[in-house]
Every structure is written in C-alpha cells, then in structure tokens.
Design a protein around this ligand. Structure first.
Ligand code: CU
Length: 201
C-alpha cells in the first residue's frame, strides 16, 4: 500500500472510531429519555440508602420513603433551563394524579449544596407542586447519594466569576421498596406520564 492510501485509511479509521464513540455516548445519554429503556445502566445498582435534609430543614432518609413509590432527580436551583423545566413537568404530573399524589413523592436533590441550603430550596420549590421534596445536605451526603444513583455532577466556572453545575438529568422511578424501576420519561403527555406513575402507587 502506498503512503497516501495508508494515510487515508488511518484517517477513515479514526473517523469511524470517533463516530462509534459518539453513537455510544448518544445511546447511553438517550437511555434516560426512553421510559423503560435503561441504555446500559446497571439497573440493580441504582439507588440505595441516603440521609438528607428537606426544604424545611428536617432530616430524612430513604427509610422515610418506604411504602411510597417516588421519582428522584438531581439538579440545582440556579439551573437556567433543564431543572425548572423538569420541576414544572413533574409538578404537572403530580397535579394530574389528584389526591393520589399523596401516595407518591418527587425528590429533587441538589448537586449544589453550597448554595442550595434548605431555605433556598424551600423558596425555590414553593413555585412548584407541594409534593416535591427537596434534598440538601453537606457535600459528603450529596456526594454519597449522587454516587448511589450513579449521578454525575461537576462545578463549571463562569466568566463572571460565578459557576454553574453540569449534572445528569435523568428522572428515576423507584418502587415502594426503594428499588429502581426505570428512568421515568417526561417526553410524553402529562396524562400518559401520570397513568404510568399511577401503576406504581
Ligand atoms: Cu439542571
């Protein structure tokens, strides 16, 4: 093979390796959106014990949620779009459940405990459905619960000297025993999502 052909071959190989990598990442990232499809996430390994502080400053743990299926997702109150959208959509689903919403919870755990103290969480969550349960705590407690739920988060400095947070935006559905069921898709009508959640109450 002449050197030029070899170089072309190397370029093509690199391109397809890159493409395969991108597709792999897309499949993994897409897993969170495809209700029931876990996209390579080891389902049995998601969730576990945690100890957090709610938006009223009261401690709570996974055992306090026993007997109730619940949604759980991670975010932060300074989030510009993904978190408020998710909180809004989850609120709509809880509202669609009517009185049955008392039999479930939606847990919003901060990945930014430095800024998201209980009073800040309370203020923020007051704009959404009252069945939402805020979770904050010291950085070690947040790191532990994020690890249990296989959630990635990272502080990203901003030019103005502040920072934002990168974070996993999957909503997890957990059953009455605190076991992971599936990622809970919000890419459907409120009614369809509420009907799906109702099956686990
Ligand atoms: Cu967010």
């Amino acid at each position: 093979m002449n050197p030029r052909a070899l170089r072309l071959l190397v370029i093509f190989a690199a391109f397809f390796a890159g493409l395969a990598l991108c597709l792999g990442v897309i499949v993994l990232a897409g897993g969170g959106q495809g209700g029931g499809v876990t996209g390579g996430i080891k389902t049995a390994a998601i969730g576990g014990p945690f100890r957090l502080i709610d938006q009223n400053g009261e401690p709570f743990s996974d055992t306090d949620l026993r007997g109730k299926s619940f949604l759980v997702f991670f975010g932060f109150t300074h989030c510009p779009d993904v978190c408020p959208t998710t909180l809004f959509e989850v609120s709509e689903i809880l509202r669609a459940l009517g009185p049955d919403a008392d039999r479930t919870r939606a847990l919003f755990i901060t990945v930014d405990p430095e800024r998201d103290t209980a009073p800040i969480m309370k203020d923020y969550l007051s704009s959404f459905d009252p069945h939402l349960l805020g979770g904050t705590g010291d950085p070690a407690a947040i790191a532990a619960v994020a690890k249990a739920y296989r959630v990635y988060y990272k502080k990203v400095p901003l030019e103005d000297g502040g920072y934002t947070m990168d974070h996993t935006a999957i909503v997890y559905l957990m059953d009455k025993n605190g076991r992971f069921v599936a990622p809970f898709s919000l890419k459907r009508t409120t009614e369809a999502a509420a009907a799906d959640l109702r099956r686990y109450l």
